[in-house]
Design a protein around this ligand. Sequence first.
Ligand code: ZN
Length: 66
Amino acid sequence: MGLLSGFRNPHNLPVKTCAHCGRPFCWRRKWARSWDDVKYCSKGCKHRAQKTPANICAAASVEDEF
Ligand SMILES: [Zn+2]
């Protein structure tokens, strides 16, 4: 599994890439119901993403399809 080398995912949880900072983050229990809608790794990123234009730190690949 070399897809996300360097990223720890000991429980094989689903992983997404933050639409704001571009970092991988994995499933959390608080997102159990809304995982499909989760786009950001943290509240901070969500907040900043809404305040600033999306392409300010254009992540290499933003997966925005379901
Ligand atoms: Zn983020």
